[in-house]
Design a protein around this ligand. Structure first.
Ligand code: ZN
Ligand code: MN
Length: 503
């Protein structure tokens, strides 16, 4: 059954969207949340497991102190209160990727609560960014599940698969789940606000150094809750929860789609089902998952095998004092250091290029060329392919290398763009692309001189003008040489050679 979709302008006349975002951040601790198993990404399946994370009888969990420290840092950066005493809880449900039959999580005693995050939400028409405060209800500690791989079907989902494989390496990796209060009053900007929140949270956690926050690798995952209420009724509608949305762009699209879909149901007099939904990258739609359980269905109870966590006020204050510069402050400082205009900075930030440019500049590239390559070439490519900017396979080291080659006269901007194109197509490092595509600029006087001589001979009128002192006419000869050398001549050197011969 194809849902009836309602356009955004139309639906906002009748409904107010309410957003709620639940983000799971996988911590980058060396070991798991309750055992000493390593957490290396991409290891052979089921090689990083032990009786504790496999839930074997008699195994006893022990809390990872570094994970608790990371949780407190995230809470402090989100302006949360930190609990003086809190416990873990068992969240009981069966799923094949969860060998213990319960997830060790936190329920009514989260370690961090009552915080907020201020976002600068870029205006669509390039106007001044608006500050939106998102209230944080809680940030709690829990463990990740394993990973199921469904083999043989077309979609990678369990429907239609021949068999399923389970890898428990991820089971027990520490997670922090950050839950917002309902975000109201955003109207047409709800999709953009959702995206801006996840981006700001990602920047904040990245700045703390406690997670890789790679949405494409699943170390940051977002569940998008959305409901519509009758305009200005103040009564929240029934929400859906779109699970594990794994890019910023998808967060925005998932909100947009759910708004349109739910409006279609409500307009027809139907009611929205409280359920989880899956997001589909290919067409930007969502489809029904399972009917959503209420908290009481999980039969939460305090975890009897773990001692309560009671961070001392001194420790919390020590961590607070050592927090890094908040992202918004850092943004202002970098803008001043780099000499970017407000508009340039906003574009850089909106494209998620800030940390990448920062690293590129640290490798010796000047701020303006760094911005030019990241926004001009790479952000455009990311937009076209739907990839995250930091997952293109071209990083700060490659950008800095290309710029070094431009400054050293091996490449001009046009050739540099072809090098980026080659790197994005997986052709290797800058020097490998240059080699394979034969892109280096010719600045060797022998080859250039021959081409210059040929151009002079072919254009005697132009040559005469230059001899008569009309230096501006050299442009036509430079053009002829460039054409002959397929754009790979060092234009400055060509000009010098022309003027030497004709003066
Ligand atoms: Zn283990
Ligand atoms: Mn969770």
């Amino acid at each position: 059954m194809t849902p009836t979709l309602v356009g955004p302008d139309d639906l906002l006349e009748r409904y107010d969207p309410a957003l709620g975002l639940e983000v799971h951040v996988e911590l980058n601790t060396a070991t798991k949340m309750f055992c000493a198993c390593p957490t290396t990404f991409g290891a052979e399946p089921n090689t990083q497991v032990c009786p504790t994370c496999l839930g074997l009888p008699g195994a006893m969990p022990v809390v990872n102190a570094t994970a608790v420290e990371s949780a407190i840092k995230i809470g402090l950066a989100l302006n949360c209160e930190i609990a003086g005493w809190c416990r873990f809880a068992r969240k009981n449900y069966f799923y094949p990727d969860m060998p213990k039959n319960f997830q060790t999580s936190q329920y009514d005693e989260p370690i961090c609560f009552d915080g907020y995050l201020d976002l600068t939400v870029p205006e669509e028409n390039g106007g001044e960014g608006e500050i939106v405060r998102v209230e944080i209800e809680r940030a709690h500690m829990e463990e990740d599940t394993g990973k199921a791989l469904h083999v043989g079907g077309a979609t990678g989902r369990i429907q239609g698969a021949d068999h399923s494989l389970i890898d428990y390496n991820r089971a027990g990796i520490p997670l922090i789940e950050i839950v917002t209060r309902p975000i109201l009053g955003t109207g047409a900007r709800a999709p953009v606000v959702a995206r801006a929140y996840v981006a700001a949270l990602r920047d904040l956690v990245a700045g703390l150094g406690v997670s890789d926050v790679r949405m494409d690798q699943g170390s940051m995952r977002c569940d998008v809750n959305l409901s519509l209420s009758a305009r200005q009724s103040g009564v929240l509608g029934t929400r859906t929860e779109t699970k594990n949305v794994n890019s910023l762009r998808s967060v925005e699209r998932a909100v947009r789609y759910e708004m349109s879909r739910q409006a279609g149901i409500l307009d027809a007099g139907g009611s929205v089902l409280q359920e989880t939904r899956h997001f589909h990258e290919d067409d930007g739609t969502t489809s029904a998952g399972r009917e959503k359980s209420d908290a009481e269905d999980y039969r939460y109870f305090p975890e009897p095998d773990l001692v309560p966590v009671a961070p001392s006020p001194e420790w919390v204050e020590e961590l607070r004092a050592a927090l890094p510069e908040p992202p918004a402050v850092k943004r202002a400082r970098l803008q001043a250091e780099w000499g970017y205009t407000d508009l340039e900075m906003r574009d850089v930030w909106a494209a998620g290029a800030l940390p990448l440019i920062e690293r590129t500049v640290a490798l010796g590239t000047a701020p303006q060329p760094a911005r030019k390559w990241w926004l001009g070439e790479l952000a455009r490519a990311a937009n076209e392919s739907g990839d995250e900017l930091d997952a293109l396979g071209v990083g700060p080291a490659e950008v800095a290398e290309v710029q070094r080659l431009v400054e050293g006269g091996t490449l001009n901007d046009k050739l540099a763009r072809q090098v980026f194109e080659g790197m994005l197509a997986g052709e290797g490092t800058p020097s490998e692309v240059i080699e394979k595509r034969g892109l280096a600029l010719v600045s060797d006087d022998g080859a250039l001189g021959a081409a210059v001589d040929a151009a002079i001979e072919a254009n005697p009128d132009v040559a005469q003008k230059i001899r008569d002192g009309k230096v501006a006419a050299a442009g036509a000869l430079i053009g002829a040489v460039m054409k002959q050398m397929r754009g790979q001549a060092d234009a400055a050197r060509v000009r010098e050679l022309i003027l030497e011969r004709l003066s």
